[in-house]
Structures are given as C-alpha cells and as structure tokens.
Write a protein that binds this ligand. Structure first.
Ligand code: GLN
Length: 323
C-alpha cells in the first residue's frame, strides 16, 4: 500500500466536488449534518493509519452499529439460537421494508435490515435496560479504543419519528420473534444507532474485524475470533441493503453503510476502511463513500475474488447500475 496516502488524497480532492445525494431527513436531527463533510480513513492490521479530510467530525453510527451488535448477540446467545430467530438471506428490499417479514419469512431475513437489527437488539443480555445499554457501550469501546457516548437529541429524534421501526417491532412480536417489551427493545436499538463516532473510529472498528477481533491499536479483544466470519458473511451479502449484489460485484469486500453517511469495509487480514460523507442515495448509502470504495477496490485489487495472478482489465463500473 505504498502510494495509498497519495491515492486517498487524490480521491478526496476529486470526490469532494461531487454534490449528488441528500441528507437523511426522516430522522430530523440528521439534517443538521454539513453536506460538505467528507473523510477517508484506512487502518491496517498492523495499526498504521492513512487518512484525509474531516476525520474528527462527529456523527451517529446508525446502521453500521448493526454489525457490532450482531457480534455481541452471537456471543450472548449462540449461533443456532440466533439463526432460528434471524436469517442470513439478503432481501433486495430497502433497509426499513416490512414486506418480506410479513409476506414470506415471519422472521427477519438478516441482521443488517432494520427488522433483523431490532430482533438482534432484543437478544442482548443484561439485568435491566441500563445494564444492556452499558454492556453495549462497553462493546463499542473495545472496538473503538476510547470512551464513547449516545447522542441524546438523535436518540430522541429517532424515538419520536420511528413509526416504521415501531411497526416492524409489532410484527416481530406478532410472529413471536421478540417479547412484549417493544419500547424497551426499540430504545436499545435507537441508542445503538445514536452512538457518536468519527471516521477514524469507524476505520479502527473495521480494522478490528480485519484483525480477527483484536483492535490493532489498543490490542483489546473486541469479539471472539470464531464469530468474525459470521459477521463478515452477513456484511458481504447484506451490508449494503438493496445494493448488496452490485457492491459484491464491483467492490467485493464485506461492508456496511449507515444513513448518517458512513460506510465501513473490511479487507480480512489486511485493513479496515471507512468513508464518511452524509449525502446519501435513495438506498441509504453514501454517494461519495461508494465512489471512494469503488476506486480503492479497483486501484488496489481489493475484491476478495480477484485473482492474485492476473489483474482484471479496467471495468467501467459506473455504467453497470444504469443497465
Ligand atoms: N436508525 C436508522 C433507522 O432505524 C438506521 C437506518 C440506517 O442507517 N440505514 O432507520
């Protein structure tokens, strides 16, 4: 990765001029983000850091939290219990869709869509809601390597406007996936989404997964290594929602996006990547984030299925979605 530093600087200069997409406004507090914010961070498994842009700008983690809470649920329950309640099938539907839960599966298809993430939050252990929240925050701290907190206005904003999530929770109750404590479960879910991070933190979290659960900077163990494969598998197949297939085709690394504008990507045994830019497309993925990942994957052959022996001819990937 010798010229990585120059390359991410170049990507930053190029894509900061891109002003497509919009701020997520269904959570009113998220409209306070500055559309110009843009940061790229790469943290290697050895703890080397390459970054550019608004690296220390704070934002709420949103759906990227689902990855880490799923890992926690794997540790709190076990793999089979989790699989009985939450599948691992990509949906091809928007992240907040109610359709498949009602019509087909009667259980969430995967833990990366909202229905699955609410079910996952319900499985977090703790003696009471405060204990569950504290355990969750401690889990995030192990990945991030510093103290973190919940953004109360964003939490309140989600709680006040999360009618669709409330509908999903009621369906989950109807199908026997969660119990009656709907508001308590939703509060934990809204709190996990409202954890405050910056782009550097996200790259460290991704690098921790790349390093099989050990934070490469603090050396703290964030998750048992045996669960990292499960997490990366659902990221790979479901992490970008109804863009997951195209992402797997073009970029080819496990990833997760959030509506506040972050995207993380994990290159197993090599590095974690994070991009932050709050302008998102109609699937809820950061527009500049996708561009940066596509360019990095192309330049450094990050696609997990790339042959190490032959370099792919340049593929005009930006044209595929139009077709
Ligand atoms: N908290 C958001 C929600 O529940 C998370 C969605 C996302 O980041 N895609 O809608």
């Amino acid at each position: 990765m010798s010229n990585l530093k120059e390359f991410i600087q170049h990507l930053y200069e190029e894509y900061r001029l891109l002003h497509f997409g919009s701020l997520a406004d269904y959570i009113p507090e998220l409209t306070k983000a500055n559309p110009d914010w843009f940061a790229i961070s790469v943290v290697t498994k050895e703890g080397e850091v390459f970054e550019v842009g608004d690296i220390t700008e704070n934002f709420t983690i949103q759906s990227i939290s689902k990855v880490f809470v799923y890992g926690m649920a794997l540790e709190d329950c076990d793999r089979m219990t989790l699989l009985e309640k939450i599948g691992v099938e990509p949906t091809g539907d928007p992240f907040n869709s109610v359709i498949r839960l009602d019509e087909n599966s009667k259980r969430p298809d995967n833990p990366m869509v909202n229905a699955g993430a609410i079910a996952t939050a319900s499985l977090i252990k703790g003696s009471d809601p405060t204990d569950k929240l504290n355990r969750m925050l401690d889990m995030f701290r192990r990945y991030i390597g510093r103290d973190i907190y919940v953004n109360a206005p964003v939490f309140m904003s989600e709680r006040a406007t999360g009618h669709r999530n409330r509908a999903l929770a009621n369906l989950l109750l109807n199908f026997g996936i969660i119990d009656h404590n709907i508001e308590e479960i939703l509060d934990l879910y809204f709190q996990q989404c409202s954890v405050v991070v910056n782009c550097h933190d996200l790259a460290v979290m991704a690098a921790t997964l790349a390093n099989r659960g050990v934070n490469p900077i603090t050396q703290s163990k964030a998750i048992k290594p045996c669960y990292v494969r499960d997490i990366l598998s659902v990221m790979y197949t479901c992490g970008m929602y109804n863009y997951a297939g195209e992402w797997a085709y073009k970029v080819g690394i496990p990833a997760k996006s959030g509506v506040s504008g972050g995207i993380i990507g994990v290159i197993p045994d090599r590095a974690g990547i994070a991009v932050y830019s709050p302008l998102i497309d109609n699937r809820g993925n950061s527009v500049r984030g996708i561009k940066v990942f596509e360019a990095l994957a192309e330049k450094f052959q990050l696609h997990l299925l790339d042959s190490p022996l032959e370099k792919c001819p340049f593929l005009n990937i930006s044209d595929i979605s139009k077709g």
